[in-house]
Write a protein that binds this ligand. Sequence first.
Ligand code: ADP
Ligand code: MG
Length: 221
Amino acid sequence: MIEIKNLCKSFKTSSDTFHALKDINIHIKKEEAILIYGHSGSGKSTLLSIIASLMKPTSGEVNVHGENIASLSDIHASSYRKNVVGVITQNFHLFDELRVEENLLAPLVLNDHKSSEISILIDKALKTANILHKKKQKVNTLSGGEKQRCIIARAIVNNPDIIICDEPTANLDETNSLLFMETLKELKHQGKTLIIATHDPLFKTQEFVDRVLTMKEGSLG
Ligand code: ADP
Ligand code: MG
C-alpha cells in the first residue's frame, strides 16, 4: 500500500523557483495498476523518481508499507531501491557485451543470495519477461523489444512489490508495446503494484489498468 500525502517538489533555478509537483495526494492499493497520464513536462518522471526514492521531495510524504520513504536515511533508501521497487525506464542501460542472464546478476549479487538461488531467480524473471529463450545471448545481438524485456527482467529479479514504469513503451512499436502490456498483466496477477507514467494512449485501453490519473502542470486531475 502506498499513500502519497501533500507531495510537493520545487526546483530552484538561477532566477526563480519552479514547482514541478503541487500538492499530490494518491492512495494506491496493493495489486492496483495506476496510470499517470500526461504531456511531457507535466511532472510524471519527478513523481516516479520520488516514489522510487531516487529523489527527495521538497515537502510531503510517501508512505510505503507504513514507512515514509521521503525521510529514509541513505542506507535505508538504497535497500528500499534494491528490494521494494523495480524501475523500468528507457534510460537504464544494459551491458551490451554481456549475456542476457549476466545482466541480471548485479541486483542479485548486491543482495547476497546463495548461488543456488541465483539461477532460479534469473530464470523466473526471464520467463515472466518473456525472454528466457535468449538468456545465453549477448545483449548487442537483441532487437529493441528484446532489450526492453531484458530491462523488465532485471527490474523484477529481486521480486519487488512495486513496479514503476516511466514511459516504458516510448521506443517500442505496437506489437512490442502489446507484448510488454501482457507482461505487466502477468506481474499484476503475481500481486505487484504497478505505477506507469506514459503519454501512450494504448495504455488507456488496457483492461489491467485500474485507474487513470491525469497529470497537468504538476497537479493531478
Ligand atoms: P515529465 O516526466 O512529465 O515529462 P518531468 O517530471 O521530467 O516531466 O519534469 C517536470 C518539470 O520539472 C519540467 O518542466 C522540467 O523541466 C522540470 N524539472 C525536472 N527536473 C528538474 C531539475 N532537476 N531542475 C529543474 N527543473 C526540473
Ligand atoms: Mg518523463
